[in-house]
Design a protein. Structure first.
Length: 94
């Protein structure tokens, strides 16, 4: 009897943030020499994962979320970035 295996992907995609913001967040979280490459965040009504990009259209402290990352609309505090989990690059892979 064969089984039907379904693969589901539960993702809102990956948003973007700058190396500068990643470095600033890393310093605030106590990482001395490392800078994060990705972070699971909440900011205002946005929730999801951000990856570091080099994009000159992003300001130093700006994040770019995907439309599917927006969970709440309206009057929310967008000046606070909650970092839930981080990913630090493995030096052996660089």
């Amino acid at each position: 009897m064969s089984k039907l295996i379904r693969s589901s992907t539960f993702t809102d995609g990956v948003g973007h943030f700058t190396q500068r913001l990643a470095h600033d967040c890393s310093a605030l979280l106590g990482f001395q020499h490392e800078s994060m490459s990705a972070a699971q965040i909440r900011a205002g009504g946005v929730k999801g994962v951000l990856g570091v990009v080099q994009d000159e259209s992003l300001q130093d402290t700006e994040i770019r979320g995907r439309p599917s990352m927006i969970k709440l609309r309206g009057q929310v505090n967008t000046n606070v970035l909650n970092v839930l989990k981080v990913r630090i690059p493995n030096p052996r892979c660089q």
